[in-house]
Design a protein around this ligand. Structure first.
Ligand code: ATP
Length: 297
């Protein structure tokens, strides 16, 4: 019986994965490949989940041994607070998010949630505790409702709609030909970068996890759209333990702590005001971005 059950169950999982990923088979294989890199420890229990404080303790990490990516990175996101990471492209910002979501295990140091090493608890429970608004949201060839409910399978239409309203995508959906039953993805309605991000925010609101990761889009949105989406991001992060991978400094001003990452090393850290007063790299980045934002007369 058990022998029969396991393969059928496995096929069921594969089928669901394929159904959910027709838009992006490549991405699915990349994800499955990543999943193979981490395994639950024997007898691993789920995360207790009482405390959502996140800690990176002396974390070092490489994808390939010859090329260290993160070097002795330590920081804490107290429960309900926001830590923002800024730094040049390739400095390792998104890698921090991938490690927290446990796509990979660290080679040195440890990452804890509520004091528990994430390598010692089940991967599923870690992922259950975290919502991600990624740079590029993958949409499945399915209805808008399915795409939002993906945040919490089994959610009712009313719950999906409530999340869509909070993410300010409801009006847009209401104007599509079949509303929440409209097909999206490659073979359906195409959504803009901003609309996709709103779908990701709605998914996260519906999942309502204690920890949220925002990997801010580098180029998907124009600045008017970017400003408009900030308030929805803020409401999704309210009272959540939040890691923001920021490309625009305007996003980080209110963070509890800002980390400046360069070649995998935290070279500066502090609040926005503290870092400006320091007149270092952050202050320089801030001046540059302000100059770029000024209208050219
Ligand atoms: P950006 O601001 O451009 O998104 P980032 O600071 O988020 O950059 P990461 O995505 O963390 O940077 O990447 C850090 C480094 O790790 C980069 O040099 C990248 O090429 C490398 N890297 C990322 N993913 C992999 C991988 N799967 N295998 C090997 N190297 C990788």
């Amino acid at each position: 019986m058990i022998q029969l059950y396991i393969p059928l169950n496995f096929l069921g999982v594969i089928y669901r994965e394929i159904k959910q990923s027709l838009t992006d088979l490549d991405k699915m294989f990349v994800l499955l490949e990543k999943d193979r890199e981490v395994r639950d420890a024997p007898g691993a229990r789920p995360l207790a989940g009482m405390d959502s404080t996140v800690r990176f303790e002396d974390v070092s990490f490489h994808y390939e041994a010859a090329r260290p990516i993160l070097k002795n990175v330590s920081f804490e996101i107290p429960a309900g607070k926001t830590v923002a990471v800024v730094g040049p492209s390739g400095s390792g910002k998104s890698t921090l998010a991938r490690l927290l979501y446990r796509f990979y295990d660290v080679q040195q140091g440890r990452i804890t949630i509520g004091g528990e090493d994430i390598r010692k608890v089940t991967q599923a429970s870690v992922r259950q505790a975290i919502g991600i608004v990624p740079q590029d949201t993958v949409l499945f060839n399915d209805t808008i409702e399915f795409n939002i409910a993906y945040g919490r399978p089994g959610a009712s239409r009313a719950e999906v709609e409530e999340a869509a309203r909070a993410a300010r995508i409801h009006e847009f959906i209401a104007h599509t030909p079949k509303g929440y039953d409209t097909m999206v993805g490659e073979r359906g309605l195409k959504l803009s970068g901003g609309e996709k991000q709103r779908v990701a925010i709605a998914r996260t609101l519906l999942k309502n996890p204690p920890i949220v990761i925002f990997d801010e889009a580098t180029s998907a949105l124009d600045s008017a759209n970017e400003r408009a989406i900030q308030s929805e991001l803020k409401s999704a992060a309210r009272n959540k333990t939040t890691l923001v991978i920021a490309h625009r400094l305007s996003t980080v001003v209110d963070a509890h702590e800002i980390l400046v990452l360069e070649s995998g090393v935290i070279v500066e850290r502090g609040t926005h005001a503290g870092l400006l007063a320091r007149q270092g790299k952050y202050a320089q980045m801030w001046r540059l971005q302000k100059l770029e934002a000024e209208p050219v007369l």
